[in-house]
Design a protein around this ligand. Structure first.
Ligand SMILES: Cc1cc2nc3c(=O)[nH]c(=O)nc-3n(C[C@H](O)[C@H](O)[C@H](O)COP(=O)(O)OP(=O)(O)OC[C@H]3O[C@@H](n4cnc5c(N)ncnc54)[C@H](O)[C@@H]3O)c2cc1C
Length: 516
């Protein structure tokens, strides 16, 4: 078996590996990089447009990023961190568009107002407080708030249609929110990478094993699913960007830092509507509050989506229980991930989260009518026959050790890196692809620290990401400059947004007001 040597091996062709590949090739075009993918095309798992919600997570509309503190005030820490991280992604994508390394932004990002919508006295009071707290900061100063039915009808006609004028409701809006087709973005980035010398994409190759040599390099075994052949790649640095497949590979690497980690897979489903007469009446991502007991990733939202240029409405996600780590994975994935070093945390999480498991199983068992009933809370006039069920990607939530015998379930993302910085793996899926650039920069800072200390890399990184290592939440003048550029380059603000995308005017609104 021949072994070829590369500087960097990227495992998996999703948003994360591709982003890391783009960053590294921009920083040093002479790097030799291979990307291996088990499927026959790229971005087919969580990154594909239909497999995720495509929300450019900026904390404008996601209520779970701003929990209520015990003293009744709003905790904004997560919202600020996610907003900053998304600004980093927007800067990198803008740079790539300007360099013509990415095509027109319309092919992967579209201006879609981010709105929150709640009903009931308690939720309205929460949203008002959230608005007052967030909008006091320049990063959220453009957020609007209303309890006025007429205003809300303009913002979200489908959501407000046929509501009683006495209903206590409230909404917020940030006009320059975005819908991102992460599948398209990733395919465009991979296309650019493939045009560069020293980059190779190998499809139909599954990584089956990883062994570290005494010189610190990794010998990575691949199985070619087209001809059954075994192949080998030797790499100085390996990134396990295999999505749900990253945990088993981390375990195979045997690095001590991976001990004790387990995974809790959660599947997702959407209701999808492609009827043009309905789709054209909604242009927004409208996020609500998660039902009590629901995990954070099942916050319901009614979204405009533009995937591969096609417009649709999507509602969900409905979470579900599964034992697969990848959408096109095996039902044995969960069982096979059990190890001596993670059995205690996994059992502990299993026993302490029976409510969650019951909730997920209940979600899977729901009838179509029950799902559309959930949608009708957002869009009261929704009809069963206009919506079909589609399967989203898998999310493998992180289980980690907690004390001697315990385990805890986490809903975020975590990068695990070997002590010698020769291998990193990304686990978890939230806030996900929106913050891929920050997550991958974190890997570069740690694993390419020597190169990053050089004048050339430092200069280049500031060209790509002008706010690099500066706190956008503190430096509000820099925030203003950065945002003004990214909104303009990515065509996300009013001035550049496509007027054809706006929803049809709500001609029924005055009639409904009269009727009720
Ligand atoms: C229901 C749902 C909704 C979401 N909503 C959002 C959202 O609104 N906004 C957001 O920012 N993020 C969202 N996310 C998260 C986002 O989709 C992920 O964070 C992101 O796509 C992960 O990218 P990735 O490259 O790590 O993984 P993936 O896209 O899953 O790619 C991993 C790749 O590795 C390959 N692979 C696996 N094992 C092997 C192996 N052994 N050998 C070779 N290749 C392998 C897989 O085939 C796959 O192509 C959502 C996710 C889900 C599931």
């Amino acid at each position: 078996m021949t072994t070829k040597s590369v500087d960097v091996l990227l495992v998996g062709a999703g948003a994360m590996s591709t982003t890391l590949g783009m960053l590294l090739k921009q920083l040093d075009p002479t790097l030799n990089i291979s990307m291996v993918e088990r499927l026959d095309s790229i971005a087919e798992e969580s990154t594909d447009g239909w497999n995720n919600a495509g929300t450019g997570h900026a904390a404008y509309c996601e209520l779970n990023y701003t929990p209520l503190k015990a003293d009744g005030s709003i905790d904004t820490r997560k919202a600020f961190a996610i907003n900053s991280a998304f600004e980093v992604s927007l800067q990198f994508w803008s740079y790539l568009v300007e360099q013509q390394a990415l095509p027109s932004p319309r092919q992967f990002i579209n201006s879609t107002p981010h709105q929150s919508f709640v009903w009931g006295e308690e939720n309205v009071s929460f949203l008002r407080k959230r608005f007052e707290t967030l909008s006091a900061h320049p990063a959220f100063a453009d957020m609007e708030y209303s309890e006025d039915h007429a205003v809300l009808r303009q913002w979200m006609p489908l959501v407000m249609a046929s509501r009683s004028p006495t209903d206590k409701v409230a909404g917020t809006r940030v006009r320059y929110g975005s819908d991102v087709d992460f599948g398209s973005l990733t395919r465009c980035m991979a296309q650019n990478l493939q045009q560069q010398p020293g980059f190779e994409l190998l499809l139909n190759r599954s990584v089956t094993d990883l062994t570290q040599r005494t010189d610190g390099q990794w010998d990575v075994s691949l199985e070619n699913s087209e001809n059954g052949a075994s192949e080998n790649i030797r790499a100085r640095f390996v990134f396990l960007g295999a999505g749900g497949g990253a945990l088993p590979l981390l375990q195979k690497s045997g690095i001590a830092e991976g001990d004790g980690y387990g995974g809790f897979p959660v599947s997702g489903q959407w209701l999808v509507c492609k009827k043009p007469e309905i789709v054209k009446q909604h242009l927004a991502k409208v996020y609500g509050k998660a039902p009590i007991g629901a995990p954070p990733m099942s916050v319901p939202h009614l979204d405009t989506r533009i995937i591969d240029g096609e417009k649709a409405l999507l509602f969900g996600p409905f979470a579900g229980f599964t034992t697969k780590f990848l959408k096109r994975g095996s039902h044995l994935d969960l069982l096979k991930s059990v190890r001596l070093n993670n059995i205690k945390p996994m059992l502990s999480v299993g026993m302490n989260n029976m409510d969650l498991t019951r909730y997920l199983i209940g979600e899977v068992m729901q009838s179509h009518t029950a799902r559309v009933d959930a949608l009708r809370k957002f869009y009261p006039q929704a009809r069963n026959e206009d919506w079909t069920l589609a399967h989203a990607g898998q999310r493998v939530q992180i289980i980690k050790k907690n004390g001697e015998n315990g385990g805890k379930l986490e809903f975020g993302t975590e990068v695990i890196t070997s002590a010698d910085n020769s291998l990193s793996a990304l686990l978890g899926a939230s806030p996900g692809a929106s913050t891929a650039v920050s997550a991958m920069l974190g890997i570069i800072e740690r694993c390419f620290a020597k190169q990053l200390a050089s004048q050339a890399w430092r200069q280049k990184i500031r060209v790509m990401i002008p706010s690099y290592q500066q706190d956008l939440m503190q430096d509000t003048e820099l925030l203003r400059q950065v945002r003004s550029r990214t909104l303009s380059v990515l065509q996300l603000d009013e001035e550049h947004a496509d007027p054809k995308q706006r929803p049809a005017p709500d001609t029924t609104a005055p009639l409904q007001a009269l009727a009720s």
